[in-house]
Design a protein around this ligand. Structure first.
Ligand code: RNT
Ligand code: ZN
Length: 417
């Protein structure tokens, strides 16, 4: 059966349970996901020679990582050529591109250091999101925005302010709002003597950062919380409560990374609470395995449940969706493509649920029927709908995309030694 016939058959099957497949495809068409640039080079960036710090870790040494801006852009292009839809690229400040012999420290970064990224995005019709980089730097060997040393603390305040200006430049140039996420690694390995001091300093730093004038319709600022980092097991300054309360009080956006909570907590259960209180949410979709390990996103239960909550909460237009993982043990282009496509598939699966009917079953306490229906729908022909969506975008619908990545690996990546 060809793709069109499979699609029509699937349309009839879904119609029987009240799902409009064409409408689901139209919705999926409009969902843009911010693809994190840092999967391409293991979070190395271009402005610093030292190790990755901040309590995060890439493991593996698969050959072929991008070493220059051009290589990273080429790899992003290859990945995007296998991902249906129009998306965004999520940059970190340490991906600044300097001219020969030029260097600007993090507190002196200017829009011009990202001009090449803007050109790249413009040529491809992509939006850009941004992140200050408060790690992998001489001033980030201990606390950053919560540092008791004023020189270090204010260095990072200036850095984050510079990043707001760069975010505004992105939004202005591209005509797409920029989401700027503040994440600090600050924390302690062992039981702190003083928990409130660093938090009050972080609060003060955020106040100072946000005191600069910027266009709130162009730049949405978020704060990402975290429960622990490697070497910061006992305490993080930007805990969940701290971040949520700060963003609530200051009209910012909460960012939830699903690797940043205690292992039995799930972000899928938190989304509805956010929308009971906020207009916007930002997500880092990732896959924690036993810890915040940042494995490639799979089409698994929690990713699907997150997607379902976004649909049921009518939150698509209000959520900044980004990926955040960095696996250095497999082909990095494949890692991007797979994670992006899996999140899209999870969203499609959620769009293909008769969610209104399920709500009614819950409200009428028809829990047996709800359970049975939720389970039976799992083997409905989503693959036929996905194949149609991919073909519509001239993209391979199945794992054959890996052959293209493998070809790129032998032609390009394997020559990077
Ligand atoms: C770290 C956070 C943060 C980083 C990126 C590189 O635990 O998840 O989002 O992964 O900023
Ligand atoms: Zn994250």
């Amino acid at each position: 059966m060809d793709t069109q016939a499979r699609y029509e058959s699937a349309r009839n099957i879904y119609k029987r349970i009240g799902v409009d497949v064409d409408a689901a495809i139209d919705e999926l068409e409009n969902i843009s996901i911010s693809m994190h640039c840092w999967q391409g080079d293991d979070v190395t960036g271009f402005d610093y020679d030292g190790p990755l710090t901040g309590g995060i870790q890439t493991t593996g040494n698969y050959p072929g990582k991008a070493r220059t801006p051009q290589e990273l852009m080429d790899d992003i292009d290859k990945a995007l050529s296998l991902i249906p839809g129009k998306h965004k690229i999520n940059l970190h400040a340490n991906y600044a591109i300097f001219e020969e012999g030029e260097f600007a420290d993090r507190d002196a970064l200017k829009p011009k250091h990202f001009a090449k990224w803007v050109t790249f995005a413009k040529e491809r019709g992509l939006g850009l999101d941004f992140n200050p980089t408060l790690f992998s730097h001489e001033n980030a060997n201990g606390l950053t925005l919560s540092n008791p040393d004023e020189e270090i603390r204010t260095f990072w305040v200036r850095h984050a302010q510079a990043c707001i200006r760069i975010s505004e430049y992105f939004a202005t140039e591209l005509g797409v709002p920029c989401f700027m996420n503040i994440w600090i690694p600050d924390g302690f390995k062992d039981i702190p003597a003083d928990r409130i001091g660093p938090r009050l300093r972080f609060k003060k730093s955020l106040d100072e950062i946000l005191a600069i004038d910027y266009d709130k319709a162009k730049v949405y600022v978020g704060v990402e919380s975290k429960v622990f980092g490697i070497g910061y097991e006992a305490y993080t300054v930007g805990s969940s409560e701290f971040s949520l309360l700060y963003v609530k009080e200051n009209g910012l956006v909460p960012l939830m990374d699903n690797g940043h909570y205690h292992p039995t907590e799930v972000v899928s259960d938190k989304i509805s609470t956010i929308f009971a209180f906020f207009d916007h949410l930002a997500l880092h979709v990732t896959r924690p395995m036993r810890w915040d390990s940042d494995h490639v996103v799979r089409f698994d239960d929690e990713t699907r449940e997150i997607a379902k909550e976004l649909i049921v909460n009518d939150a698509l237009g209000k959520t900044f969706l980004s990926l955040d993982y960095f696996d250095a043990s497999i082909n990095r282009v494949a890692a991007w493509v797979l994670g992006m496509r899996n999140l899209q598939k999870a969203l499609l699966a959620a769009l293909l649920l008769p969610n209104n009917e399920y709500k009614k079953l819950q409200d009428s306490e028809s829990f047996t029927e709800l359970l049975v229906k939720q389970e039976e729908v799992k083997t409905y022909p989503i693959g036929d709908v996905w194949a149609y969506f991919c073909e519509k975008h001239d993209m391979p619908a199945t794992e054959v995309w890996l052959d293209i990545v493998k070809q790129y690996e032998s032609d390009v990546l394997s020559k990077r030694i």
